[in-house]
Design a protein around this ligand. Sequence first.
Ligand SMILES: Nc1ncnc2c1ncn2[C@@H]1O[C@H](COP(=O)(O)OP(=O)(O)OP(=O)(O)O)[C@@H](O)[C@H]1O
Length: 346
Amino acid sequence: MGPHPAVAAIRLAVRRVLHDILNDHQPTDPTATPARGSHARPPAPLVLVACSGGADSMALASALAFEAPRLGLRAGGVTVDHGLQPGSDLRADEVVLRLRELGLDPVEATAVTVGREGGPEAAARDARYAALDAAAERHGAAAVLLGHTRDDQAETVLLGLARGSGIRSLSGMAEISGTGGRYRRPFLQVDRQTARKACMVQSLPVWDDPHNADPAYTRSRLRHEGLPALEKALGKGVVEALARTAQLSRDDADALDAWAGQAETAVRDAAGLLECAKLYALPPAVRRRILRRAAIEAGAPAGSLFARHIEEVDRLITGWRGQGVINLPGKVVAQRQGGRLVIRQG
Ligand SMILES: Nc1ncnc2c1ncn2[C@@H]1O[C@H](COP(=O)(O)OP(=O)(O)OP(=O)(O)O)[C@@H](O)[C@H]1O
């Protein structure tokens, strides 16, 4: 008898991603022999799972532990202790224990200090990714798996819609991201229910993060009130449809980015300044991408640069007179000087 359908589904999702990781880490010359005197074969690539102890990442850890050795990969795990609740260190130790029981090695807990920048959710996320990056470097990991599910993706799309974001935000989380494509999200097509079921049938203990149920957090309200209300009004297929919107938006956003990349050289003069008349002639979506890139190049932090900022800069080109100075995050200013648009540190 094969595994339970939920377990089969999560394993298949992980196997696909591990195949991709293996392909990306093939030796450049498979016929090359090791240097004389060196009998050592390079160690198998290591794949880490980022595990909170919640159902999604525990399911992911179990599938990684099952599939990695079958493909000749090593599998390890990292859990981050945000230190936000009393006893969080004990919980982290417990997650380490569970991951070791699954056969993962190396496994570690890493404690972080969460700042305040951008609100509690963003601060915890920034600290977590910094810790995961450091762990990946320390262990020389080929990849780090994250347990974001299709439901998480749907929530991300909805949050983007509610903020009035552009199509890049609506494309949600990428299957591959981070330095050198380090982060992989095998569960973006797997729903949360399946991950939970897979934990249940494998008797994996899971920890429910109290923040996930805390109505003080936007994402938590969306998860527990917003999405159920939408499903009630529009039917059960909403989550799947939103995840599809994410994929379609990603393809569109990638195409527009490529277009903007090509158009950018043509709208700069010999001194590298942006020419307003040429920018004006471009489709707004392409123009706004060029403006965004220019602002980031001048030092505006990408994460704080919102659609409304770029729209303001855009009005310098399309507005009646295009006067004034626009202040952007990171002390960047945008200003028209004759027929040129100057975006620089203020
Ligand atoms: N404390 C943590 N330590 C390590 N990885 C984490 C931690 N918190 C989150 N992650 C990683 O980020 C993913 C998304 O986390 P998030 O809290 O947004 O979603 P979730 O649906 O609650 O996931 P989970 O059920 O795994 O906790 C997790 O699946 C996991 O891979």
